[in-house]
Ligand binder design. Structure first.
Ligand code: HEM
Length: 539
């Protein structure tokens, strides 16, 4: 009996020591020569509690203590943070072969069809082919200067936007996010579907239901980014199911559009992105990255990556214009001096004559990096960087925020000052250092040129025709913005679903007299400004 007891104790002891040994082994293996880590990491949650609601600010603060490259624990994962222009450029440009992949994050995989699209795809041959195709298709469809460019479509949207704002009158202060949404979404729609959608439709209530359903499922799904095991927990994982159903609805709609396009396809005269990709499917050797399934995911990418980003930048722009009325006046004075009494909207040819306007747009993009931590990168294979060993697949956050707000390059970085981007002759500084709103390296934003065209034409048209100001007596507005660093793709997804569902069933218009829905507190990939009602008066 004694020997039986002894052997049970021994077995238990060995088992306990075994577990401790294995845990330590895993722990030390993970910690092997990673960049330094700030104090205050807790078991299971890591640094999440310290990061708070503005992780980009906390991460920038830690740079002072831990240097340009350090490691934080997001839940149970190590994440390497790159701070400042030099470290980001070194990793994404000089070490581009190493840092061009994406990490394996459950929710990102889920919303990207496990890499069937571009933005979340791992760096491999299929990714390169998809990116190359999408880039050349967008250029064919007008993402460039000169004849055949998207300029005229964007100017049309700018006209419609100004018309809509004029019709709405200046009696009541309002938030124009919805108007901007129609314009920007329509620019992508005309490239993808070959058509734009009208402002006027009555089924807004039904759309709200879809949005509410999605918003309700966002909270617990975001947690799944950090704690993927939650997907196995009944109740929590129902948001998974809801999301998958929504994705299926959207894809069904896209498949119908693709079928309609196929019926009228003329290979010689492609009308839009869908036509171009169908033609590509017919002509090229079948490869894994170009199936009909990829088409829907790639289109989803354009919607997801191309709409909210542009709208959010414009919203920050208008917020800074109302907060800095003297800057607004300077832009308007420049627009008036170049365009005179011409009532039409500006063209891209005016750009070189409007340096202050352009510098103002750059300053908007600097002062509020709307994608403060960019999209997560990951080394393709085990990589040594600045003397540290970073295992393949580790999440790497390039903090674009830290570059934009670096006092070494941008003295008094919180001051809104477009003159930073002008040289002594008043010309716009080309390629300023420490300014990467579209990131850099191999994964640099695919739609950069399109976004720049949109920002210039829409922003300058708005300021040419309207003056924006806060209502008399309104409380000062915060420029802090809101962002949650986990579940970012999910919010992108939410946007995509919103727009696709929207375009499937409705054109949108608020009921007469209804208050604009607030975007306060919405969570996103992007750093979103507070919802602001402005007085908008025709000039
Ligand atoms: C103001 C507007 C925009 C900003 C600030 C912006 C910014 C960014 C950033 C920071 C990234 C991540 C790059 C990285 O991983 O290092 C990105 C990726 C991407 N963007 Fe944009 N973007 C904008 C507009 C657009 C538009 C209009 C489109 C398309 C029509 C677009 C398509 C994409 C795609 C497809 C990617 C993924 C690229 C890849 O992984 O290879 N973006 N963007």
């Amino acid at each position: 009996m004694f020997s039986a007891l002894w052997s049970e104790v021994t077995i238990r002891t060995i088992a306990v020591f075994g577990v401790i040994f294995l845990t330590l082994l895993v722990f030390f293996k993970q910690r092997k020569n990673l960049p330094p880590s700030p104090r205050g990491s807790w078991p299971v949650v890591g640094h999440l509690l310290s990061l708070g609601r503005a992780p980009h600010l906390k991460l920038t603060e830690w740079r002072k203590q831990y240097g340009d490259v350090y490691t934080v624990r997001m839940g149970m994962e190590d994440v390497v943070v790159l701070n400042g222009y030099r470290a980001i450029k070194e990793a994404l440009v000089d070490y581009k072969d190493a840092f061009s992949s994406r990490p394996n994050v459950y929710v990102l995989n889920l919303v990207s069809g496990f890499g069937k699209e571009i933005a979340i795809s791992k760096f491999n041959q299929a990714y390169l082919e998809k990116r190359k195709f999408a880039y050349s298709a967008l250029r064919n469809l007008g993402m460039r200067m000169g004849p055949g460019s998207m300029e005229e479509n964007i100017r049309d949207e700018a006209r419609q936007l100004c018309l809509k704002l004029s019709e709405q009158g200046d009696a009541k202060p309002r938030d124009i996010t919805d108007n901007l949404t129609v314009s920007v979404a329509n620019i992508i729609c005309s490239m993808v579907f070959g058509k734009r959608y009208d402002y006027d439709d009555e089924k807004f209530l039904e759309l709200s239901k879809i949005v509410n359903k999605l918003v309700a499922s966002v909270g617990s799904s975001q947690l799944m980014t950090v704690f993927p095991f939650l997907r196995f927990i009944p109740g929590v994982n129902s948001t998974n199911r809801i999301l998958l159903e929504c994705i299926e609805d959207v894809h069904e709609f896209l498949r119908q559009e693709i079928t309609k396009h196929r019926e009228t396809l003329d290979n010689e005269n492609p009308r839009d992105f869908i036509d171009l990709i169908l033609t590509e499917l017919q002509t090229q050797e079948k490869t894994d990255c170009f199936t009909e399934e990829n088409i829907v995911w790639m289109i989803q990418d354009l919607f997801v990556a191309g709409i909210e980003t542009t709208i959010t930048t414009l919203r920050w722009g208008l917020l800074y214009m109302v907060l800095c009325p003297e800057e607004q006046q300077k832009v308007q004075a420049e627009l008036d001096s170049v365009l005179g009494t011409d009532h039409d909207v500006p063209t891209l040819a005016h750009r070189s004559q409007l340096p202050y306007t352009e510098a103002t747009i750059m300053e908007i993009q600097r002062i509020r990096a709307i994608v403060p931590l960019s999209a997560p990168h990951a080394p393709n294979e085990d990589t040594t960087f600045r003397g540290y060993d970073i295992p393949a697949g580790t999440q790497v956050f390039p903090s674009l925020w830290s570059a934009n707000m670096d006092p070494e390059f941008w003295p008094n970085p919180e001051k809104f000052d477009p003159r930073r981007f002008l040289d002594s002759d008043g010309k716009v500084v080309t390629r300023p250092e420490s300014f990467m709103p579209f990131s850099t390296g191999r994964r640099v934003c695919l739609g950069e040129q399109l976004a720049k065209m949109e920002l210039f034409l829409l922003f300058s048209s708005l300021l040419k025709h309207f003056t924006f100001k806060l209502p008399d007596g309104a409380a000062a507005r915060s420029t802090d913005g809101r962002r949650v660093c986990i579940g970012e793709q999910l919010s992108k997804m939410e946007l995509f679903l919103l727009f696709s569902s929207l375009l499937k069933h409705f054109t949108f218009k608020l009921p007469e007299g209804a208050a604009a829905p607030s975007t306060d507190g919405s969570l996103g990939l992007t750093l979103v400004p507070p919802s602001v009602k402005m007085c908008i008066s025709r000039r």
